[in-house]
Design a protein around this ligand. Structure first.
Ligand code: MN
Length: 234
């Protein structure tokens, strides 16, 4: 067994997210994402919502990008999509928690973008392969500042996204098929959820492609917005 504390190279630092009204930042540990959680989006993707259980994919924590940055158009795609989402920030351990107890594990919420290489995701889906190339894109988990749960309750707030000022997505959080407590409870039966775990809760209808130079603005009433500028490809 290697007991050395020395490192061959520096361990990567976990990214952080600012918290509204806090000087300390929230360190990101893992990123879970819910698929098909708005019926109208599932329809535009040509699939049905699974009413028996939510399903997930993941992104590396190192894919985290704070709001306001410019990120290069990624390699390997000709159909890079925005997806505007409500993000849950876990703030306490949660292991096999009930729906009734799930709220205790929620530290807060933020606005997020699940940027997606749609062409690669759909190719993978058609071939019954994992979605990693489509979804676990470097610098694709964009996130705005976190608002603590004491200051924000999920109801029927508007969730929307515009590209260069033109509205593309416009829905309500009450359209979520799986509610935030149901998601936390369900996921906690598969993972020991810990502070630092983020859960992207899925996107409403209206997803679409962006090109270099586009400015994306995502908003949820009561939360800070999330912004991304798409840069030239590397
Ligand atoms: Mn998504």
């Amino acid at each position: 067994m290697n007991t050395s504390t020395a490192r061959l190279f520096p361990s990567p630092e976990f990214p952080t997210v600012p918290v509204r009204g806090e000087t300390a930042a929230y360190p990101v540990h893992r990123i879970f994402c819910v698929g098909r959680n708005y019926a109208e989006h599932a329809k535009e993707m040509g699939v049905e919502v699974d009413r028996e259980a939510p399903f997930y994919f993941t992104k590396s924590a190192l894919a985290t990008v704070q709001t306001g940055e410019t990120v290069a158009y990624p390699p390997g795609t000709e159909n890079y999509h925005y997806e505007m989402e409500l993000v849950i920030a876990i703030g306490a351990p949660a292991w096999r928690v009930s729906v009734e107890d799930a709220a205790k594990a929620i530290y807060g919420y933020s606005s997020g973008l699940d940027m997606t290489r749609r062409d690669l995701q759909l190719t993978a889906r058609a071939k019954q392969r994992p979605w990693d190339l489509g979804k676990d894109v470097e610098r694709s988990a964009v996130i705005g500042p976190i608002t603590r749960a004491a200051e924000f309750t999920v109801r029927d707030q508007a969730i929307s996204l515009s590209v260069n000022g033109e509205v593309k997505q416009d829905a309500k959080l009450s359209d979520l098929v799986w509610k935030v407590e149901e998601i936390v409870s369900h996921l906690s039966h598969f993972y020991h959820l810990e502070p630092g775990d983020l859960i992207y809760t899925g996107t409403p209808a209206g997803v679409g492609a962006v090109v270099p130079g586009d400015r994306i603005l995502g908003t949820i009433d009561g939360l800070d917005p999330v912004e991304l500028t798409v840069g030239a490809p590397e």
